[in-house]
Write a protein that binds this ligand. Structure first.
Ligand SMILES: [Zn+2]
Length: 255
């Protein structure tokens, strides 16, 4: 299972469970539609289409398919590439916020799957690629994502390199261990109001060292840009969802 921290996970219906064979890189697409419209389409069985990630023009980032599973975005390229659909229509350029969102996905693919931070020009390369590079085998989508977005790929790459570099240069961001423990305690209180004392998440939160280590890792992944407790709380809750799938319900109305 692989879900990207910082991307809102909305599982869609169309995908092949455990179907991802490898991750050679990230493939950029243009939707010809909206974020909501694409999500609805990927939930429609007759569409036979989906992608791992989607961005909105405002930079909103969603994950629709776990990257252990195969999304249906670029035909023969599905098994070995993860996909990002971008809100907009053919001929558009990506917004600055979308460039950043794509860079975040690429940086995450680099740390998670060792995807090299380079441009891919064909399916036999690795790195940051685009739909049309796969030619007929990838469905013959010669206009996806279009020349203006292809021209932006070096900017996405440069930004991903920056994110990765920031991560390495900011080992603990600005939070002390004591602050992290107070935040963990706050999360524990949220949870404890909504349930008994027996969940995995509870046990997890009692393990202060694990919480501290995980919060540090999240802080690193967000480029050390943690400036307020609310941000780290959100990040920690996202992490906790992987520990206890019931947290959504428990935290409803409290977070
Ligand atoms: Zn495409």
């Amino acid at each position: 299972m692989a879900r990207m921290p910082g991307a809102a996970f909305h599982r869609v219906r169309n995908y092949t469970a455990d179907g991802q064979q490898s991750v050679r890189g990230v493939v950029v697409h243009i939707m010809a539609g909206t974020l909501e419209g694409s999500q609805a389409w990927f939930n429609n069985a007759t569409a036979q289409a989906s992608s791992h990630f989607g961005t909105g023009r405002d930079g909103e980032l969603r994950q629709w398919v776990d990257t252990a599973d195969r999304a249906w975005a670029q035909a023969a390229g599905n098994r070995d590439w993860i996909s990002v659909e971008n809100e907009g229509v053919g001929g558009d350029a990506l917004t600055d916020a979308q460039i950043t969102a794509n860079a975040r996905v690429l940086a995450w693919a680099h740390t998670t799957y060792d995807v090299p931070l380079q441009l891919a020009k064909s399916p036999s390369d690795r790195g940051l690629g685009y739909h049309a590079m796969g030619g007929a085998a990838w469905g013959g989508h010669t206009q996806c994502p279009g020349p203006r977005i292809v021209a932006q790929l070096p900017t996405i790459l440069a930004r991903a390199k920056q994110l990765v570099a920031n991560t390495q240069e900011t080992p603990v961001a600005d939070l002390t261990d004591a602050q992290i423990q107070r935040i963990a305690l706050a999360v524990w209180r949220y949870m404890n109001e909504g349930q008994g004392e027996t969940s995995d998440a509870y046990a997890y939160l009692r393990n202060t060292k694990a919480v501290v280590d995980d919060v540090k890792e999240i802080t690193n992944r967000t480029g050390g840009q943690v400036v307020e407790q609310r941000v780290i709380l959100t990040a920690l809750m996202a992490l906790l969802k992987t520990v206890d799938g019931k947290l959504d319900q428990l935290l409803e109305g409290q977070a």
